[in-house]
Design a protein around this ligand. Structure first.
Ligand code: NAP
Length: 316
């Protein structure tokens, strides 16, 4: 019988969709240990892992002739899996694009608004019990409507953010990406990231994580930003040099940052947590029930295809 390993607790829809398979549902919500990853590759035909499960090259080489044919990743980002090493070991990798796009773009907007309008500070003020009431100069932030946004990585999520900015907030859209895009609204392609950073009010990071984009947003890019400029990162933590970002926020060389992801997630440095000009969310990009069920079902379709010898719809 085909054996499947599901690396996190799954909703009833998944159990129903996998009836007829020999499925091991892991009950822990923590990342897989090295031993669990090795067992998954060795003893199962298909595995459904997610963010935090570090399938490095070493894991693949440590298992002689894996039984596993597919790692059907739950999530669009798959930089925790060494895809080349997986291929060499005969293991396909798939992800769940599309399902996550709008939800993640919404979190980008949440972060833009919260950072621009100092909503985190305001919330903390009310909860502290020290709010003395409305006054004209309290917590003055930046008005977002009509400002300029710079999107770094004009893919699915980048475009969804750009659409929201353009149609919802009448913002000018500029972007830096590997390739220029044909879009249904005006957006300027800027081929120098430093130039983009210098010319926008909000810079939104939406490129995939990985070696190519590691510290793409570094001290030089942060220094190019305007003093009121806001950085929003909904992609992956290590795209931004977090130490350089903390320094820029501490010295107020940029206006603020809205982060959903962190360089050494889930560790968030005390220095960052202490900053009022940072809005910090716990990787909420896709965290709505409908979206998560859609992601599960996409991952399950990929998993089934992979173990049955068909082409998984979302092979990476
Ligand atoms: P996508 O459609 O593949 O878009 C990525 C974009 O980045 C593409 O336009 C690509 O250019 C561009 N790009 C890639 N490498 C680049 C580089 N080195 N320099 C400049 N541009 C580059 O991916 P997506 O679905 O929008 O997702 C983006 C990332 O968001 C995911 O990889 C994931 O890590 C992250 N994410 C986070 C959350 C969350 O919960 N916070 C949720 C979902 C996704 P081309 O179009 O030319 O290829």
């Amino acid at each position: 019988m085909t054996k499947l390993f599901i690396a996190r607790p799954a909703p009833p829809e998944v159990h129903a969709a996998l009836e007829g398979y020999d499925v091991t549902y892991r009950t822990a919500s923590t990342p897989l240990s090295v031993q669990e990853m090795q067992t998954a590759l060795r003893d199962y035909d298909g595995v459904l892992p997610t963010l935090g499960d570090q399938f490095s090259a070493d894991i693949f080489t440590s298992v002689d002739t894996p039984r596993c044919k597919i790692l059907a990743n739950f999530g669009v980002g798959y930089n925790h899996i060494d895809v080349d090493a997986a291929r060499r070991a005969g293991v396909q990798v798939s992800n769940t694009p599309g399902a996550v796009t709008d939800a993640t773009a919404d979190i980008a907007m949440t972060l833009m608004l919260m950072t621009a309008r100092r909503a985190g500070e305001g919330e903390r003020l009310v909860r502290s019990g020290n709010w003395a009431g409305w006054e004209p100069s309290q917590l003055l932030g930046m008005h977002l409507t009509g400002k300029t946004v710079g999107i770094v990585g004009m893919g699915r999520i980048g475009q969804a953010v750009a659409r929201r900015c353009h149609f919802g907030f009448e913002m000018n859209v500029k972007y830096y990406s590997r390739s220029a895009k044909t879009l249904s609204f005006t957006a300027e392609h800027v081929d120098d990231l430093r130039v983009l950073a210098a010319s926008v009010d909000v810079l939104v990071v939406a490129v995939p994580g990985g070696d190519d984009t590691h510290h793409l947003i570094n001290a030089e890019i942060l220094a190019a930003m305007q003093p009121h400029g806001l950085l929003v990162n909904i992609a992956r933590g290590n795209i931004v040099d977090e130490a350089a970002l903390i320094e820029a926020l501490q010295n107020n060389t940029i206006g603020g940052a809205g982060l959903d992801v962190y360089e050494f997630e889930p560790n968030v440095p005390e220095a960052l947590r202490a900053l009022d000009n940072a809005v910090l969310l716990p990787h909420l990009g896709t965290s709505s029930r409908e979206v998560r069920v859609d992601m599960w079902m996409m991952a399950v379709e990929n998993l089934k295809a992979g173990v049955e010898g068909a082409e998984p719809p979302n092979l990476v």
